[in-house]
Design a binder for this molecule. Structure first.
Ligand SMILES: O=P(O)(O)OC[C@H]1O[C@H](OP(=O)(O)OP(=O)(O)O)[C@H](O)[C@@H]1O
Ligand SMILES: Nc1ncnc2[nH]cnc12
Length: 175
């Protein structure tokens, strides 16, 4: 199995001093690496869900490609004030700031089974907010999948403590 970590660039001190930014734009520019990434995600996420939820913005790229490869629909979890219909929303803290994600209130029928996808999990604040949002809307979060886990920041463990199974392709030590 191809090691995807070599396709991911690290930029120190972005967007703030002390943050090692794991940059997936280099992986996306490499068609073979991006294809391998989607294949590897498809191999570990199962099929026991109806929708793939992607978190804006980087999560959309992976969620849409994965959903298409599995024949599933895509649920967009967007940053604040982007969606035109009635929304539900959850505020959360980031490794480097504050944000809010929203979804259309009528996007999931009660009991809809959802796979949550993002490029990276760090503190887990974003993914926990995503899971809370899907649950608030009546959906069931079947599991969560990430290209990158930063295990030292504890996000994957926090998400598991919230009752969500977590899978990730690559882990980077440190922040
Ligand atoms: O686990 P956490 O500490 O919450 O951090 C992970 C989140 O941070 C990044 O998104 P960001 O908010 O920077 O937005 P972007 O995708 O629009 O770049 C990343 O894409 C995850 O969504
Ligand atoms: N270290 C990091 N690199 C890239 N995206 C992130 N989102 C939160 N922390 C990040």
């Amino acid at each position: 199995m191809r090691d995807l970590s070599a396709a991911i660039r690290t930029i120190p001190d972005f967007p703030a001093p002390g943050i090692q930014f794991r940059d997936i734009t280099t992986l996306l520019l490499d068609g073979a690496a991006f294809g391998a990434c989607i294949e590897q995600l498809a191999a570990v996420v199962g099929e026991d869900f109806n929708l793939v939820a992607g978190i804006e913005a980087r999560g959309f790229v992976f969620a849409a490609a994965l959903a298409h490869s599995l024949g599933k629909g895509v649920l967009l979890l967007r940053k604040r004030n982007k969606l035109p219909g009635a929304t539900l929303g959850v505020n959360y803290a980031l490794e480097y700031g504050q944000d809010r994600i929203e979804m259309h209130a009528d996007a999931v029928a009660p009991g809809t089974r959802v796979l949550l996808v993002d490029d990276l999990i760090a503190t887990g604040g974003t993914a926990k907010a995503g899971a809370a949002l899907i649950r608030q809307a009546g959906g069931v979060v079947v599991r969560a999948a990430f290209v990158i886990d930063l295990p030292d920041l504890g996000g994957a463990d926090a998400l598991r403590a919230d009752g969500v199974e977590v899978v990730a392709l690559v882990a980077f030590a440190g922040h």
